[in-house]
Design a protein around this ligand. Structure first.
Ligand SMILES: *Cc1c(COP(=O)(O)O)cnc(C)c1O
Length: 662
């Protein structure tokens, strides 16, 4: 059965206009249909033209054109949401914020461009960074055509509002599938239709209730382009000629407030959120619809996951899940008490004993999270009059523990043992401690254990290492940093049960006497309800698997080495030596654009930017798993290299800003 594109355009000669003037556009619509539906649809489109609110056309052009079925592309609709807003100014602010989220650096200027352009039949094609107009015919613009909803011909004509929605959803999906288009902004030029939208590949299709005041004829579309100039023609050809059917267009979502504005007493919340948006640092929460694994379900798609702390694939291991279920059934959902009152179960004691034995400590103490373990230990160890030396790249939970302790915190440059030595000589105090990530969470490098041990011994420092990304990850059998260096290390470690052990919770391990003391002094241990049975049961089962199946650790290490080697072959700077592989980007926009492109290619690697890392040190942060397939890693490395180099060539160097020294 052959397919046809049916397109209608209705216009009227301008009254009193000179004879050479373009006629006034009244309406246009199009469908894609097979054989017998074509004639009815052509008639329906003609009827629409005749009944249009803008008035009687004097020319209705209906064209019917056979499509090449070979080239027909079927794409999924974008996820849709609809945001209500009280007035156009609020709507425009929201549109600007959404554009900024998609990586458009000057959204306000894009909106101005759109609202001040003379009416166009098509859309403006605009360079997202320089705002240069790129379309070959600037009087006409680019017209996205030859598209429809899959199965759309079977649908009854919808009431006008729904028709607007369907057509826009189809157009937005096609535009976002076009090469090098990073976002679209649409404000209708129909004076009576104030709803518009922002669409982008990572964002979806966001309808905004009011983007202009009723009665204003100003509006249009902007397609934002980021790519080489020589590829503009391909983008235009795709938009104008490539037949596309959009599948699974969702029903129109109801308008809902983005969220209620904060009450007056919380005005600073509004201001700070607006600042975050303006700086491109607004965070939204993404929802994943499956357990972590080498692949995860996200917005209905399966993505290759290189962004999870579940290094050994234990979070969804059937034995670990069964142990969690068994513990839950035996002991209930919650413990109902602190560890010091009624919250301790036999499972807590067993986990503490086996964890200490596995990792090579005398004893361990389970906390409700790794965060709580760091905060509880550091704030107990040190106080007023004490000094804590802290690596400049330490995890936030260490930083918070240091602050909460009330001790003087002396930050030493990352892994700089000579500097630590100097600072330890300069800063005296009652008790003194040095604290460091064992494996740095954003850089994937390993602390200098031999150096730390030596400096700590020289100055009599208590040494604390956070092994959240080291246990189960480094050392031949996953026993962590001491095994990695073949040394017996410092006395005190903190860690998490939520990374390689795939469960939930945290711990401190060290001398038994210290654990006894911490039971009294660790406030996050004393004043928090005991970790519930299910995660404790899960962590215990996972620990036993780690102990009995060291081959998992070897596979993880091989995978990380393979991925790094491939990246380096592609010329990507991938420092570090553990399961965390940073792909250095520098510019925040490059990291975000590359992560977007990878997401489009079905690969999830997170972009990390300020404040998690320093400004200008943005990166993609890949986290490997023992259960990744080699082929997938080879592909991911090459896609990541491609995405980074493309993002670099497409994004102009940043406009230098005056440096703020606050
Ligand atoms: C994740 C992490 C923590 C916190 O552990 P949670 O169990 O997630 O609270 C602490 N330190 C480092 C280095 C981490 O990466």
């Amino acid at each position: 059965m052959s397919l046809y594109s049916i397109r209608m355009r209705a216009s009227r000669a301008r009254s009193g206009g000179a004879s050479g003037e373009r006629p006034e556009h009244i309406s246009g619509a199009e469908r894609i249909a097979a054989g017998e539906a074509v004639a009815d649809l052509a008639a329906e489109l003609a009827r629409r033209a005749l009944g249009h609110a803008k008035g009687q056309p004097d020319n209705i052009h209906v064209s019917i054109e056979a499509l090449d079925e070979e080239t027909l592309l079927r794409i999924p609709a974008l996820p849709a949401r609809a945001v209500s807003c009280a007035d156009a100014a609020t709507g425009l602010r929201l549109a600007a914020a959404l554009l900024r989220e998609t990586g458009v650096p000057r959204p306000g200027a894009v909106i101005d461009l759109l609202l001040n352009a003379p009416p166009l039949r098509g859309a403006m094609l605009v360079d997202a960074d320089t705002l240069e107009r790129l379309e070959p015919d600037r009087e006409r613009g680019v017209r996205a055509t030859r598209m429809d909803m899959a199965g759309g011909a079977a649908l009854p004509p919808a009431p006008d509002g729904k028709q607007h929605y369907r057509e826009a959803a189809v157009l937005a999906a096609k535009v976002c599938a076009a090469p090098h288009i990073i976002a679209e902004l649409c404000i209708s030029d129909d004076p009576d239709y104030v709803t518009g939208y922002v669409a982008a590949p990572g964002l979806g299709y966001v309808r905004i209730q009011r983007l202009k005041e009723a009665g204003s004829p100003r509006g249009g579309r902007v397609f934002l382009y980021r790519g080489p100039r020589e590829a503009v023609a391909d983008t235009v050809a795709f938009l104008e000629r490539h037949p596309v059917l959009v599948e699974n267009v969702p029903p129109p979502p109801p308008f809902a407030p983005e969220s209620a504005p904060a009450p007056a007493s919380l005005a600073f919340v509004e201001e700070e959120l607006a600042e975050a948006r303006a700086a491109g640092l607004f965070r939204s929460i993404e929802v994943f619809e499956s357990a972590p694994g080498p692949r995860v379900r996200h917005k209905g798609r399966d993505l290759l996951l290189l962004a999870s702390g579940d290094y050994l694939g234990l979070a969804a291991d059937s034995r670990v899940m069964a142990a969690a279920a068994e513990a839950l059934t035996a002991y209930g959902a919650g413990t109902g008490g602190s560890r010091l009152t009624t919250g301790t179960l036999p499972l807590h004691a067993r986990l503490e004993a086996e964890l200490a034995a596995f990792a090579g400590s005398e004893a361990a103490l389970v906390f409700s999270s790794g965060y709580a373990a760091n905060v509880g230990l550091l704030s107990a160890l040190c106080g007023k009059g004490d000094v804590i030396f802290s690596d400049s790249l330490n995890h936030a939970s260490i930083i918070d523990g240091c602050r909460l302790s009330g001790a003087r915190v002396v930050v030493y440059p990352h892994k700089d043992m000579a500097a630590l030595d100097r600072l330890a000589r300069a800063h005296q105090g009652r008790r003194r401690a040095v604290v460091s990530d064992a494996v740095f969470s954003m850089d994937g490098d390993v602390a200098d254990l031999p150096g730390l041990t030596e400096v700590a011994a020289r100055h009599g420092l208590i040494t604390v290492l956070d092994e959240a990304h080291a246990l189960g990850v480094i050392g031949r059998t996953g026993r962590g940093i001491c095994e990695h260096f073949g040394l017996s290390g410092p006395a005190i470690f903190t860690g998490s049960l939520s990374k390689a052990l795939g469960a939930d919770g945290g711990y401190v391990r060290g001398p038994a006497r210290l654990m006894e003391w911490l039971r009294h002094k660790g406030r996050s241990f004393v004043f928090s309800t005991a970790l519930s049975a299910a995660p404790v049961g899960a962590a215990l089962a996972a620990l036993r698997i780690l102990r009995d199946e060291p081959a998992r650790v070897a596979r993880l290490q091989e995978n990380a080495a393979l991925f790094r080697a491939r990246l380096r072959e592609h010329g990507v700077d991938a420092p570090g030596e553990t399961a965390i592989v940073p792909l250095m980007a520098g510019d925040e926009r490059v990291a975000v654009a590359a992560a977007h492109a990878l997401r489009e290619a079905g690969i999830l690697i997170s972009a990390i930017r300020y404040p998690t890392v320093a400004r200008g040190a943005a990166r993609l942060r890949a986290a490997l798993r023992a259960d990744h397939q080699k082929d997938d890693l080879v592909l991911s490395a090459s896609e990541a290299a491609k995405a980074l180099s493309r993002a670099r060539t497409e994004i102009p160097p940043p406009v230098p800003e005056p440096r703020c020294r606050c």
